[in-house]
Design a protein around this ligand. Sequence first.
Ligand code: DC
Length: 211
Amino acid sequence: MIVAIDGPAAAGKGTLARRIALALGFVHLDTGALYRAVGLRVLRNGMDPSDAAAAHRAALALNPADLSDPALREERTATAASVVSAHSAVRAALLDFQRNFAENPPGGVPGAVIEGRDIGTVVCPNADIKLFIDADLSIRARRRHEELRSNGISVELAEVRAEMAARDDRDRNRADSPLRPAPDAHLLDTTDLDIDGVFAAAMKAIGGVAK
Ligand code: DC
């Protein structure tokens, strides 16, 4: 079984995906981490994320250790990820890994929860269940700001909000695999919901399929 979760930054995809995976005994893949790892490699190589050839080389050079680098969570990495992810060659380089993970989950478990921006539309268009998680920009910016501060990173809320708005805009308006709900996705607005509420709504949608 494949559960696809898409949505913009800080809508609550990651927490929800991990919780669903735990509840169902599935594996979880955060595909944003793949794009972040490509963005971070480009930055560390001293290259510009808008350079498609440099970003493609970085995507081909990815290795599993890249995915546990703490710098993946920095805001400069998020911005670089959003820029490199607009290059079709980068997306193509990461596609097979994502599909294979979803279709043949590691460890022989019965399913995968895979989250990102284009999972329901491009990576797994045949997913059993598709969730599109959204929330107002001001709420998402506040959540991310609190998360950064609790990790000891001091940054202004206005700066987080502006960076997030620019990233959303880039992710929604790129030509290849833009962020948008699949026509058959369940839409979940988390603006006024806590994680328990989001989880309950998601499990209700999944329950309808799993029966
Ligand atoms: O989910 P995240 O914030 O870690 O994602 C970082 C960036 O990676 C996001 O701004 C766009 C890109 N991304 C993508 O293009 N496609 C995905 N499936 C996941 C992330």
